[in-house]
Design a protein around this ligand. Structure first.
Ligand SMILES: [Zn+2]
Length: 162
């Protein structure tokens, strides 16, 4: 198996295979420094680009220093990540042809104000790199915030009137 990094139509640089890959193969390990969520939040507060991978419940994150950090998101990825004994592997979930870009679904969470727009071009593209669960959660939070704002404004008016 040969992996190369070159420019990608999805985003900046991407990871490509030079050989065909069978389904169910470990393609790359996501390695790097391990930080607590608090350490990562502090280190990346001002950074628009992160290569962080949340482990387990998300209390520990891997700060990527590996081939895996170049792998782009796709809503219809040819790989998935799998956590085995505290290590993260990027594994193929279907046959991948030589020359294809390696992708997996990032299922992002905890992105603050970042919209994390997706540019993958898949037929089932969600338009965002957030996980389906996170999309629901953010929608619910936005609705709640809008309701709260709606409740607040009449009070403001009455205060002004008084
Ligand atoms: Zn997409």
């Amino acid at each position: 198996m040969g992996l190369i990094i070159r420019s990608s139509a999805i985003h900046a640089a991407g990871c490509y295979t030079t050989t065909a890959i069978r389904k169910g193969v470990r393609i790359s390990e996501y390695t790097g420094y391990r930080l607590t969520k608090d350490q990562a939040d502090e280190a990346y507060q001002e950074s628009p680009v992160t290569y962080l991978f949340g482990l387990g419940d998300g209390s520990i994150v891997i700060e990527g220093h590996c081939m895996g950090m170049f792998i782009n998101h796709s809503c219809d990825g040819n790989c998935e990540t799998s956590e085995e004994d505290g290590r993260v592997w990027i594994k193929s979930i279907r046959k991948i042809a030589a020359g294809e870009e390696i992708t997996y679904d990032y299922c992002l969470y905890d992105g603050g104000d970042d919209e994390a727009l997706c540019n993958c071009g898949a037929a089932n593209c969600r338009g965002t790199m957030y996980s389906p669960y996170e999309v629901k959660r953010r929608k619910a939070a936005a609705t709640k915030a809008a309701k709260k704002a709606a409740k607040k404004s009449p009070r403001k008016k009455s205060q002004k009137a008084a």
